[in-house]
Design a protein around this ligand. Structure first.
Ligand code: UN1
Length: 486
């Protein structure tokens, strides 16, 4: 079996521990390759290398850093198909979606490369004469990026591109379910000309390598995407570092009785079962007007029964496997919970008895808003249908969870659409479109327990990885005092 190294200070190196771990193909459970089990000492080495590289990198003019990001974009484009196949093989999503994963990385490198010629600050008048005021953006220093497996190319890119354009050096700790995607991405960064030490890759477990990075006293910022529980751990252990969190969701699709039901059907299928439900943006609650519930359920059931499960590399596959065995167990435990709570199972509810980590698309109906299956993130192909009587009730149910990442409403009534935009507590609201499919030039992130206020992508993505310095230049030639002090 092929084994891979970690990337520290521009060199591919073994871990201090000498231990290895394997990455599996979720469509058949077979190992793909083995990787270094990095620990605290490897994180230390990577942090040292990053700080060594930081001065020259942060002094490089931002437009020149931008040129390098354009090179990364070009190489990602060139390798798009191979990377997409790797995403499918290592993580399981169907090939078309894997292409989208890589495309999202291409887009974000392009967008952030252009930021090299902006990185705008403000200028504003002073309250005093002959005094000039402005803000400029500075890097944080060395930042730690901890990324999940569900978008193994796109999410690292969402963090690496803005971190680099702002002039930071990076220690990157990817999920242990998708280390090969991370290795390939770092190979591309190296080939594009990222100087040695500017991006360092440490593979290994969260509780050693990840924790060491989170707690490290020479790391200035942590950007983490993953579960709410780990997000809480990051906040509790990062001390005074800058922390950016993108956590879970329990994203609702509201369907009113005036909605185009065919359109809503496509949105629910895509939102709930796309990526096998393994997106933080996946739709996991359908909040539907009781006048159209029965009709919609029939339509949904008909389509869901036709969904083909299988390897994401096969053309005919609609729904790929879950990422690993633990994920299958977790999804199944929620099926059991749903049954015990008295929700009605419309379809699915079992793992497939075949190699790989497959779970049937699962629909519960007549779900009460406070049931656990309607409150907790399942992260699999499972959806709860919750009937309501009007828009106010729909919004109340939508907001009655601890999460607030994305949301959607299907209606032809502009009034109801604007009520949803105004009242749903979420970082994103889609009208007549599913809960997934954010674009890289708009900010992405959640409210409530879906995050901590940070936004990725768009201009806001720059804010996560830069400090603002306020500058006053007094050219009056005398001591002037603000606030009118004589
Ligand atoms: C995630 O699931 O962690 O909007 C991110 C979307 C994608 C990003 C998802 N562009 O679904």
């Amino acid at each position: 079996m092929k084994s891979y190294k970690m990337f520290i200070g521009g060199k591919w190196v073994d871990s201090v521990s000498g231990k290895m771990f394997k990455s599996l193909d979720p469509s058949n459970g077979k190992p793909i390759a083995e990787f270094q089990e990095g620990n605290e000492k490897d994180i230390d080495r990577a942090v040292d290398a990053a700080w060594k590289a930081f001065p020259a990198w942060s002094d490089t003019p931002a437009p020149v850093r931008g040129d390098l990001l354009f090179n990364v974009r070009d190489l990602l484009k060139k390798n798009k198909e191979a990377l997409a196949r790797l995403v499918t093989t290592e993580m399981g999503k169907v090939l078309n979606e894997a292409r989208g994963d890589v495309q999202e990385a291409i887009d974000v490198f392009e967008y952030m490369a252009g930021e090299g010629r902006r990185l705008f600050g403000h200028t504003t008048p002073s309250e005093l004469r002959d005094k000039f005021c402005m803000t400029v953006r500075k890097p944080l220093g060395v930042v730690g990026l901890i990324t999940p497996w569900n978008f193994p190319i796109a999410i690292p890119a969402w963090k690496i591109a803005p971190a680099l354009i702002c002039g930071n050096a990076i220690v990157f700790k990817p999920s242990s379910d998708t280390p090969l995607c991370a290795v390939r991405l770092v190979e591309i960064l190296d080939e594009a000309g990222v100087p040695p030490g500017v991006v360092n890759l440490v593979t290994g477990p969260g509780d050693t390598a990840g924790t060491a990075l989170i707690k490290h006293d020479r790391i200035r910022g942590i950007s983490f995407t993953g579960s709410r529980d780990v997000g809480k751990f990051v906040v509790e252990n990062a001390g005074l570092k800058r922390v950016g969190l993108e956590l879970g969701g329990k994203n609702p699709i509201i369907i009113m009785d005036d909605a185009d039901l065919d359109l809503a059907l496509d949105g629910v299928l895509w939102g709930a079962f796309g990526t096998t439900g393994q997106r933080c943006t996946a739709a996991s609650r359908v909040i539907i007007h009781k006048n159209v519930k029965d009709k919609f359920e029939k339509m949904l059931l008909q389509k869901v029964k036709k969904l083909k499960l299988g390897s994401g590399l096969k053309r005919e596959t609609d729904v790929g496997p879950l990422v690993n065995k633990k994920a299958v167990e977790k999804v199944h435990s929620y099926t059991e919970v749903g049954k015990k709570e008295g929700a009605r199972l419309l379809c699915g509810g079992k793992p497939l008895s075949r190699p790989g980590f497959f779970y049937e698309p699962t629909i519960f109906t007549d779900v009460k808003p406070d049931m656990r299956i309607a409150q907790e993130e399942i992260f699999g192909p499972a959806i709860s249908i919750i009937p309501v009587g009007n828009i106010d009730e729909a919004i109340k149910v939508a907001n009655g969870v601890s999460y607030g990442l994305t949301s959607s409403i299907y209606t032809k009534d502009m009034r109801k659409a604007f009520i949803a935009i105004d009242k749903i507590e979420a970082g994103l609201t889609y009208v007549n479109s599913s809960t997934i499919g954010s674009e890289v030039h708009l900010p992405f992130g959640g409210v409530k327990q879906s995050g901590n206020g940070a936004r990725e992508a768009g201009i806001e993505g720059i804010f996560e990885f830069s400090e603002v310095k306020t500058v006053y230049i007094d050219y009056s030639g005398k001591l002037q005092k603000a606030q009118g002090i004589e």
